[in-house]
Design a protein around this ligand. Sequence first.
Ligand SMILES: NC(=O)c1ccc[n+]([C@@H]2O[C@H](COP(=O)([O-])OP(=O)(O)OC[C@H]3O[C@@H](n4cnc5c(N)ncnc54)[C@H](OP(=O)(O)O)[C@@H]3O)[C@@H](O)[C@H]2O)c1
Length: 257
Amino acid sequence: MDLHLKGKTVLLVGASRGIGLEAARMFAAEGANVMLAARSEEPLRQAVERVKKESGNPNVHHVVGDIRERDSHVRIVTATVAQFGTIDVLVNNAGAALSNPNPEMTDEIWLEALHYKLLGYIRTTLAVFPIMRKNGGGAIINVIGGTGREPYPWTSSTGVVNAGLLNFTKTVATQYAASGIRVNAINPRQIDTKRLADFRAVEPEGYAETIAEIPLHRLGRAEEVASVIIFLASDRASFITGTAIDVDGGATRSVSF
Ligand SMILES: NC(=O)c1ccc[n+]([C@@H]2O[C@H](COP(=O)([O-])OP(=O)(O)OC[C@H]3O[C@@H](n4cnc5c(N)ncnc54)[C@H](OP(=O)(O)O)[C@@H]3O)[C@@H](O)[C@H]2O)c1
């Protein structure tokens, strides 16, 4: 099946490991120009080398940036345009669950959560929008998380940020549709990446309970989320915008958007 991604430029923010790296491997295999962004340079370099080698695609580069910093998104977007001339697909994927026992929720923790993912995704999206509008179209995929629509105890800051990003996804999808830009979200949950490995190390009992609660009775693989990213980025999803897809083995019990 031709996904028509050959020659398209994809900016993947949060791509040195986990879900972002799997998506980079798939986009490169489709012949896209791929820019990988993250905070640490060495893992990024290694990721780029691996993706180039496996795909045989030389058009894979990296840029260092931290989306918590106010101007980092400008540097990431500018570097991508300087390298490839434009951006056709943006994947906002850089994030982290912050530990936040509610009684200790200070303003500082809330502001950190807001700066990390909410403002990071929003700023990058707003910076890419004029480029896509000039192109006459594009696709934006926000990798969010299940707590936005199914609140979970002790994760209120992550939940609030994720709910805000679902709202942002729907809002800009409606605003940008006239410019040919589709905006969608993916809610991964219980995907076996470094985040889950960290959780297993700290809370082995909670980790075992987590798996028992997943209807498919296993963790998801990063490539199972990446497949949905590729689909939403492609013309095969040409009539899909403003929606959110759960990739969670059935773990989310909610039926509403
Ligand atoms: N895995 C799950 O089950 C799950 C569940 C819910 C939501 N999610 C969401 O899915 C996305 C990907 O998750 P993952 O499990 O693949 O995570 P991961 O394995 O921890 O990878 C995160 C990637 O983002 C980069 N990154 C982190 N903070 C960044 C920042 N401030 N600026 C730029 N890059 C940054 C990391 O590299 P550096 O550390 O070098 O920057 C890394 O490349 C995240 O948004 C996460 O919140 C995942």
